[in-house]
Write a protein that binds this ligand. Sequence first.
Ligand code: G16
Length: 530
Amino acid sequence: DLLDMDLDAITEYSALHPKPSGLILQYGTAGFRTKAEHLDHVMFRMGLLAVLRSKQTKSTIGVMVTASHNPEEDNGVKLVDPLGEMLAPSWEEHATCLANAEEQDMPRVLMDISVKAAVNLQQDAFIVIGRDTRPTSEKLSQSVIDGVTALEGQFHDYGLVTTPQLHYMVYCRNTSGQYGEATLEGYYQKLSKAFMELTKQTLCSEDEYRSVKVDCANGIGALKLKEMEHYVSQGLSVQLFNDGTKGKLNHLCGADFVKSHQKPPQGMEMKSNERCCSFDGDADRIVYHYLDVDGHFHLIDGDKIATLISSFLKELLLEIGESLNIGVVQTAYANGSSTRYLEEVMKVPVYCTKTGVKHLHHKAQEFDIGVYFEANGHGTVLFSKAAETKIRQLTKELEDEKRKAAAKMLENVIDLFNQAAGDAISDMLVIEAILMLKDLTIQQWDALYMDLPNRQLKVKVADRQVISTTDAERQVVTPPGLQEAINDLVKKYKLSRAFVRPSGTEDVVRVYAEADSQENADSLARAVSF
Ligand code: G16
């Protein structure tokens, strides 16, 4: 019964979180993102919306306060759906309507959403909340809680957690603990157990002590890695840099900086050939990198991570003798060499979706084993229920020792990946385990294929929404003439490719170009920018 919603109370609460008049925001690539000072009303309203979504799905819903890779002054919020995945597209629309409703219309919009989505308001609601380390996050997450309580939802505040940890909690809670225990302790236990089991043979043979250096972008990843460290310390030593004690979040460091500038992060001591990696501000992305003996910087991005992981998985399947299908999902930013290597050398099918993990995740669900990574280092591997059951069964049934061992490894890999979302901590442990098991150095991994030189630029424009795209963002539709102009420029270079698209997290248009040399990639990117 809609009248059960106490609209007067909501109006009253809402007045404490007023919307700056005229401000219009969109639920973008990863929720709402903008300057933190413009977000108080959005947080309150997302608290309200999360309650409706929870009532409608009869499940726990997550609300994460973070702006991930964006600068420290920004903040943002995203909702996490029942299985730990991103909010369904139809609800993104509801979110945008609710965030943009003028104060006096807000209760009506809330009612409209309840009617359209057939929300049973009698149903109980439960919301879990998490936040990153930004100075504004604590207050903003309090506004989310105000929204939840205004609609009489119940909640648990996890406080400081990485984005993927919150996704994990939601998934655990909605599978009655089958996926794992919905606590940080449960998360660390599950991951470390899988990691230690997976790498135990390599440890028995007294391998060299393994250690990795991590640039934590001065974000939440540092706190959580510190908490986790002792769980895996028998197998891996983790050295933290940019742990937030001095520097500014995401400033001159972190996965986004390293990937887009193709430079080492500041604040990290790198000796030649040492294995290093960078997390982003909320620890849902990871890229690896190293300096060679000549001091040249080498980046190992999400594409090469996907390649390492899928080749490892393929080998395990071969060993077990099971023909489960593997698919790799990328976006337009994937380096042309990676796509060619995956298709032609590794013979795995590759698919391209729009930017945003929600799109990749969705596509990856079509396979027995779906590997998805954005070039920026955001990704994970999904195992279908059927594939998972099969593998767990094989660990019990197989008699051949080698095959059985391979099945056990695969079982641990399933447990080590965060199946709800791309997760820098979990991805790092998987990668470290694979490198140990295959006895690969970072240089050998890097040498799988050579990246085509590429360049990414950001361009400020008055209204980035005038650009619309098609074909997984590889072709411009509007404004007219732009695609033809890009085509003409691309023709001037060898092995070249370029595209533009409006960012869904920052107020910029992104330009990507690839060509036969760095000079040409730079010059093509610049030409497209004008
Ligand atoms: C978010 C999304 C990613 C996306 C990135 C950039 O990352 O989760 O899928 O690639 O934004 O998106 P855009 O190019 O639209 O700005 P994060 O790490 O900031 O959450």
